[in-house]
Design a protein around this ligand. Sequence first.
Ligand SMILES: [Zn+2]
Length: 188
Amino acid sequence: MSERRSNEVPPEERLRADDGCPLFSPRLEEHLVALSRGEVPARGHFCGHCYTPITRDTVACPHCGNDARSGRRPVERVPDAILDILRAQRRTESTWVNGLAYFGLVIAIVGGISIVLAIPFLRDRLIWATVLYGLILLVGGRMLAGFLGGYFGDRWGYARARARMREAWEEWVARRDGRGGGGSAADR
Ligand SMILES: [Zn+2]
């Protein structure tokens, strides 16, 4: 597998959707992330349906199966609307992850105070109370933030982002294929 990037959600660890929407293949996602960092040129060769990077010789898209000869023709760059959809998806996901991480921190802050105040031994011993509270904040805050943000935030954020992305994709396909009387039915 590819190496991890510490500041990104690794594409291979994303929850994979099986909902009929072809956005985003891991290869397209990697390409768009690299593009946003200026590491790759925008021009290339992409599937005409799902915009997965393909080679000039590719006939059937490895991601969506679109036939480059009889189906939608390959394109030279990913449309801006698709870039926007990916940006919106990442924004939604990171909002959920960060929001729930902060919520975990708040639980540690409030819970820590409650615990310290509930122990009679600590009421007259400010130093020990501070030490214990500090430990609860450090360890508990870290764990709760990681658990709530990294686990629930990741899943809920992905689900929300995915739902919005599907709508955006269907609108995009309707607009893209609409004028040609295209074949993509907007069925569920
Ligand atoms: Zn494709």
